[in-house]
Design a protein around this ligand. Structure first.
Ligand SMILES: N[C@@H](CCC(=O)N[C@@H](CS)C(=O)NCC(=O)O)C(=O)O
Length: 211
């Protein structure tokens, strides 16, 4: 049986769950208790040596880590509705914008959060190896995220959605990032970011946002 290993409240598994909901695909979900550090137990480590969720386990036991790779797997099996573009140009654009959101947005929030939250002491980077928190990186992450919000607003001034004229996985990644920052860094997009608010109202009203 195919199973999605997930965790409630964690942003990367949510990205995969929203993607599945947009496709109308139902996959059994098994939650990994991150607070209880279940991700480091041998049973889970065998599925993903990086000790992170989400992980998709296929019928034959193959385990696929990384939310982006899990989305690609389902996009290949179920091309409609297309969430990663439909031709060379649109596929490349979606990839380009999605990677930008992940690197400049999501990873900035993660940097700010993981270097400030006491629960991540010596776990400033997810995974099995101890990595010390660096206080200066907490502020740097928050600052990078604030720049990202301005840049996202500028992008949404010129385009209805992040990558294309239509909704794509880049919108999912960006919405998940904004919600992650709200909880983890207590940063709300400023009222002046009107294009971002117009876009966020639309994407967060989609039923998939509840996934
Ligand atoms: N790039 C990975 C990131 C995975 C990741 O960092 N997942 C977090 C939850 S959002 C996790 O499993 N953290 C476990 C930990 O902090 O020990 C992806 O997109 O799947």
């Amino acid at each position: 049986m195919t199973v999605l290993y997930s965790a409630r409240g964690a942003p990367s598994p949510r990205r995969a769950r929203i993607f599945l909901a947009e496709k109308g695909i139902e996959v059994p979900v098994q939650d990994v208790d991150l607070r209880d550090q279940e991700q480091f137990a041998d049973e889970f480590r065998r599925r993903n040596r990086c000790c992170t969720v989400p992980v998709l386990e296929l019928d034959d036991g193959t385990c696929i880590a990384e939310s982006d790779a899990i989305c690609l797997y389902f996009e290949t099996l179920h091309p409609e509705p297309a969430l990663m573009g439909t031709d060379a140009r649109s596929r490349a654009l979606v990839r380009s914008w999605d990677r930008w959101v992940e690197m400049d947005g999501y990873l900035a929030v993660a940097e700010g959060f993981r270097n400030s939250f006491a629960g991540f002491k010596d776990r400033a980077v997810p995974g099995p190896h101890p990595v010390a928190q660096i206080e200066a990186l907490a502020e740097r992450g928050a600052q990078r995220y604030r720049y990202f919000l301005e840049d996202l607003d500028a992008r949404l001034a010129e385009s209805p959605f992040v990558a294309l004229e239509t909704f794509s996985v880049a919108d999912i990644t960006a919405m998940v990032t904004v919600d992650f920052a709200r909880r983890a860094l207590e940063i709300e997009p400023g009222d002046n970011l009107t294009h971002l608010h117009r876009w966020y109202g639309e994407v967060s009203a989609r039923p998939s946002a509840q996934a």
